[in-house]
Design a protein around this ligand. Structure first.
Ligand SMILES: *[C@@H]1O[C@H](CO)[C@@H](O)[C@H](O)[C@H]1NC(C)=O
Ligand SMILES: *[C@@H]1O[C@H](CO)[C@@H](O)[C@H](O)[C@H]1NC(C)=O
Length: 460
């Protein structure tokens, strides 16, 4: 490049001419830079920031996923009413006066009131369900929503199914909300008030102070199990959302290539889950030794020919979540034999855990079955986390498949079965499918409809 003209000169006119040439050479340089950028763009594709901007058009390769769950219905109003009835009967049996939950997964289960419908703030909005006897001594559910007075109109717009009219006790800003809450509970008289386990501390404290002669405590297992054990219609949703998550991983694998980055594959899986119509899609994509850190390393590794790719992802359909992990090779990968053997070992740990999971067994025994399989080959110490978690309206919910737990597995329970081997600096392999326990007490993968568990490193 001609830098010389910058050494400026004596003559005024001369310097103007030179300045002019200097400007046009700057223009030429700018043009060249633009050309080079366009060339690089053509060769390598858009940089990340741009690809995010253009991502609003769905990737055509994933459009076939949209129809998979189109036939699945959301939970109908009568099912919410049945859930409230079951809760009221359980409260009556336990001799308790009320059940109280903040907007969240439990309120979504009993009353279609999730955190996305009503964001939590310091002002309490509470779902209150109480058993109420009719003249023939039958139990009914009374549903109340404690609302800030200035928000009462908005609270009444919430779609909360109920058999009878919902009460909306309202608290003005200069009044104690918890006093208003407990006065909405019929026949409290020092009876027990159960609160959802996810309620915030100040809510529980406030209720306890407003009802000093009552016990305000976390809802017991009899109530937790109402939500833990899924109905047929919940299982239909959960099967579909888990199936389409597997289909999304398989479709993404078709688009993957050696030399791509984790972040690029991660964008593909998010767009595939979105194309499938899932809400809140989330994904973790890890290549090679990065997968040895179960929740990632924060680097953006390039996929090498000897690397496994691990994709762990989830999304939700009608509020119910999927959770699937596949560790796989691409058609032209050349994976070390030692790593292929580890893949088979994790695969058989996953299968043994499924066989061990039966109605009536402890969740700890299922965790143990997976660990025993790894221990037989000397790899037990490389499974560093619990085997699995309950899943439903939350990605992780009780009960958990973990050693030391005395939770019992029952029909309708749903869990992830996700053993792994993590050898830091070398390799990480995890395989995850969720299962349910059917009416006969057998564990069946929710992904069964699309083949269930992976069958090999090249067939995820
Ligand atoms: C549950 O709430 C959602 C969102 O407000 C609404 O679209 C849906 O119709 C409600 N379901 C029932 C059964 O009321
Ligand atoms: C499941 O196990 C429970 C607890 O052991 C038992 O009461 C129930 O009868 C069992 N149900 C089935 C279908 O095996």
């Amino acid at each position: 490049m001609d830098e010389k003209p910058i050494v400026l000169d004596q003559s005024h006119t001369d310097s103007r001419v030179r300045k002019h040439t200097y400007r046009s050479s700057k223009l030429i340089v700018a043009c060249i830079i633009v050309q080079v950028v366009i060339l690089i763009y053509r060769l390598t594709g858009p940089p990340k920031a741009l690809s995010r901007l253009t991502r609003s058009q769905p990737e055509p390769a994933f459009s076939h996923l949209a129809s998979h769950c189109a036939h699945v219905s959301p939970i109908p109003a009568e099912s919410f009413v049945a859930r409230q009835q079951a809760l009221a009967e359980t409260l009556h049996t336990l001799g308790a006066s009320a059940y109280i939950a903040e907007p969240g997964a439990s309120a979504a289960y009993f009353a279609n009131l999730s955190k996305s419908q009503w964001f939590l703030s310091e002002r309490p909005l509470l779902l209150i369900i109480s058993p109420k006897m009719d003249l023939e001594d039958r139990v009914h559910a009374q549903v109340s929503i404690l609302t800030p007075a200035f928000e009462a109109t908005r609270a009444k717009l919430l779609s909360i199914p109920s058999e009878s009219e919902i009460a909306y006790p309202a608290w003005p800003e200069d009044v104690d909300p918890y006093g208003v809450a407990v006065s909405a509970i019929p026949n409290l008289n020092g009876g027990t008030v159960y609160v959802d386990g996810m309620s915030r501390n100040f809510i529980v404290d406030g209720l306890q102070q407003a009802a000093p002669s009552s016990k305000v405590v976390t809802a017991p297992v009899e109530i937790q199990r109402l939500r833990e054990r899924k109905s047929k219609e919940e299982l239909e949703i959960m099967k579909c959302v888990n199936e389409v998550t597997v289909l999304a991983i398989r479709a993404v694998r078709e688009k993957m290539y050696i030399g791509m980055r984790e972040s690029q594959a991660n964008e593909l899986i998010i767009s595939a889950l979105s194309a499938a119509g899932l809400q809140n899609p989330g994904a973790l994509t890890l290549f090679g030794e990065n997968a040895a850190l179960p929740h990632g390393s924060g680097t953006d590794r390039v996929l090498g020919a000897h690397h496994f790719a691990l994709i762990d992802c989830d999304g939700s359909l009608h509020g119910y979540h999927s959770d699937v992990t596949r560790t796989f090779a691409l058609p032209d990968s050349t994976i070390h034999n030692a790593h292929l053997r580890l893949w088979q070992l994790v695969h058989s740990a996953q299968a043994h855990a499924l066989t061990a999971a039966r109605n009536g067994t402890l969740t700890a025994e299922v965790d143990h079955a997976a660990r025993q399989t790894l221990a037989a080959q000397g790899y037990a110490q490389y499974l560093t986390h619990r085997l699995g978690h309950g899943i439903g309206l939350e990605v992780h919910e009780s009960p958990y498949l973990r050693g030391g737990s005395d939770d019992v597995i029952l029909t309708g329970h749903t869990f992830s079965d996700e053993p792994g081997i993590y050898i830091e600096g070398q390799v990480g392999i995890r395989l995850e499918d969720c299962f349910y326990v059917d009416d006969e007490g057998n564990a069946i993968f929710l992904t069964e409809g699309v083949g269930g568990a992976a069958t090999g490193p090249w067939s995820p």
